[in-house]
Design a protein around this ligand. Structure first.
Ligand code: DGT
Ligand code: CA
Ligand code: CA
Length: 577
């Protein structure tokens, strides 16, 4: 779809505009990019059916943006963007992927030092050419070097949210082939790890030749590493590698088990086989030369004396012992979730109105949804002050009343995502916080703080009787930014003592808390909430990514407060209101 290509260009235009210090306009392009990114219909279809007028009917798309979409559809280019690129021929995307490097800094470094890409940036930083520049300094230079190292470390892996939709498409096409009797995804994707190295597919087929033909000639394939009867490997345009193995039916379960991993889980499982005088490999479970299991995963586990273990648990983090003891957790499921409590509305610059969000949440089968707009400290996110929050609350009250009269059993909750200031205080008065149904607080500024100060800051916030939930508690951005200086063990202890809920943020770049912290939280007895942080109603669909991390962290319904009914959920909020 052209949607993503155009969204990408709009995002970069926003960055160029920001670089030039233009006000408001960058935001319009960002919003249009977000809308296009999440649009279900292709802009081509919309344009073919409704022309320019059809494009303008897309929320967040005005006259001038619609014209640019039209231009791209007709010419494959947007002149406005090309002009920016001629003026500043730099690899903006790569440069601003480095934490601490914004569009304005990128522009200055181009003008002063001619830096156009990551290699040149690193070279300049390491030879101390950046520190002497006005507005940079030693600290910024050191941060840039650190940022580059982090980016380098994480190249080659993809976000779960980037590759899952792609893998689902490939899987659906494979399954639809008449020559394919069965197909599955294995590897880290089946285990739903937060980042994915490559994609592993398995299939049963009576005509492997044809399946391999299909696999290596998919339109997105840019490179074929190998093509064989039983295995083929390719690279896609998106940069991801994929393997496909065709397996005999009698070995399919053993292969699925083996190629799902993790390696650590497999090693532990193989040891159990050895202890029973069996041999376990990707072809089957053997007693001497006789295969005793192999067609299904269930029989492989059963013959080893174990129940089937959900793939998300297969990390050798105690799941095998739990399986032996019959104490595997009953993992949280998407269907258990009753509401999403971290959603941004048009009030703070999100795309959708509160009524639209309520509609979308009802369509997902939720019982409640919470609107958690940013608060005043975050000016770039159009944060609300006390007066605006109160106005917004009145709109929510009216909407609830309307829903009630229409006989809908659905509630919109009044929340906010407040900012935790450097001293741990909150950027909204207690009086107004007390009027909300719940308060999420998060750190959105001054990430670089020594551990002792950061923990004092978090402790103060969690001791605030109005703060119910800590958003994205470690602040990490996958592939971009490390956690801030947070002592997770201490954080969990404070959360338990103060009855503060920790968020599992489902946004693909965040997944924060991550799996091992979720497991630690569960073991500490800390309650968690799985939210999307949606800025657009279609991002409400991010929830499965958070669910997956929760499952990887052994979370059950009892651990997750938004798997509870509304009454129990509200009763669990702090008594600050
Ligand atoms: P990734 O791709 O880095 O995100 O992680 P995986 O887990 O998908 O790893 P990958 O693609 O290298 O291999 C797929 C699975 O195959 C892996 O999870 C377990 C199995 N496997 C691969 N190499 C070995 C090995 O040397 N020993 C054992 N026991 N299993 C292996
Ligand atoms: Ca893999
Ligand atoms: Ca692989």
């Amino acid at each position: 779809m052209k949607n993503h290509e155009i969204a990408r260009i709009f995002q970069v235009i926003a960055e160029y505009l920001e670089m030039e210090g233009v006000r408001f306009k960058p935001y319009a392009y960002q919003k249009a990019a977000l809308t296009l990114e999440n649009l279900k219909d292709s802009v081509e279809d919309i344009y073919n059916q409704g022309g320019l007028k059809g494009l303008k009917a897309i929320p967040g798309v005005g006259e001038s943006i619609a014209q640019k979409i039209e231009e791209y559809l007709n010419t494959g280019k947007i002149e406005y963007y090309e002009e920016f690129r001629r003026k500043l021929p730099i690899d903006l995307d790569a440069l601003i992927a480095v934490e601490g490097m914004g569009p304005k800094k990128a522009k200055m470094l181009f003008e002063k030092l001619g830096i156009t890409n990551l290699t040149e940036l690193e070279e300049a930083a390491r030879s101390h050419k950046i520190a002497p520049l006005k507005g940079f300094g030693d600290k910024t230079e050191a941060n840039i070097i650190e940022g580059i190292e982090f980016v380098k470390k994480s190249t080659g892996r993809f976000l779960l949210g980037e590759v899952l939709p792609l893998a689902d498409r490939v899987l659906a096409t494979l399954r639809a082939l008449p020559e394919v009797q069965r197909a599955d995804v294995a590897g880290s994707l089946r285990r739903m790890k937060e980042t994915i190295g490559d994609l592993d597919f398995l299939a049963i087929s009576s005509q492997p030749e044809k399946v391999m033909d299909f696999f290596v000639s998919q339109p997105e394939v840019v490179k074929v590493y190998g093509r064989g009867q039983t295995k083929s490997s390719v690279r896609l345009r998106q940069g991801v590698d994929m393997d496909l193995r065709v397996i005999p039916p009698g070995s399919y379960g053993a292969a699925l088990q083996y190629f799902s991993g993790s390696k650590e889980h497999n090693i532990a499982l193989r040891q159990i086989a050895i202890d029973k005088d069996y041999k376990l490999n990707e072809y089957g479970l053997f007693e001497g030369d006789r295969m005793i299991a192999g067609a299904t995963e269930e029989e492989v586990y059963a013959k080893l004396g174990l129940p089937w273990i959900p793939p998300e648990l297969r990390e050798d983090r105690g799941e095998i012992q739990a399986a032996q003891a019959g104490t595997l957790p009953t993992l949280i499921r998407l269907e258990d979730i009753r509401g999403d409590l971290h959603v941004h509305s048009a009030w703070d610059g999100g795309v959708n109105s509160i009524a639209e969000i309520a509609q979308a949440a009802m369509a997902l089968g939720y019982e409640y949804v919470g609107i958690s707009d940013h608060t005043q400290f975050l000016r770039i996110e159009h944060g609300l002050d006390e007066k605006q929050l109160r106005q917004r609350n009145r709109e929510i009250d009216a909407l609830n009343e309307k829903l009630r009269r229409a006989g809908k059993h659905f509630t919109v909750l009044k929340g906010c995502e407040a900012n935790i200031m450097n001293d741990g205080s909150i950027d909204i008065t207690d009086e107004v916080l007390a009027e909300l149904d719940y308060v999420i607080a998060g750190i959105h500024s001054t990430f670089r703080m020594p551990r002792v100060e950061m923990m004092a800051r978090l402790r103060t916030a969690m001791n605030n009787p109005h703060v119910d939930i800590i958003a994205h508690p470690t602040g990490r951005i996958l592939k971009k930014r490390e956690e801030y200086e947070v002592a997770v063990g201490e954080l969990l202890k404070i959360a338990r003592e103060t009855g503060t809920i920790l968020e599992i943020n489902s946004y693909p770049e965040r997944l924060d808390l991550g799996d091992s912290n979720i497991l630690a939280a569960k073991r500490t007895g800390v309650k968690m909430i799985i939210n999307t942080d949606a800025h657009h109603i279609d991002q409400l669909r991010y929830l499965p990514y958070g669910i997956a991390q929760a499952r990887r962290g052994w979370a059950e319904k009892d651990d997750i407060v938004n798997a509870w009914g509304l009454k129990k959920f509200l009763e669990f909020m702090k008594p600050g209101r």
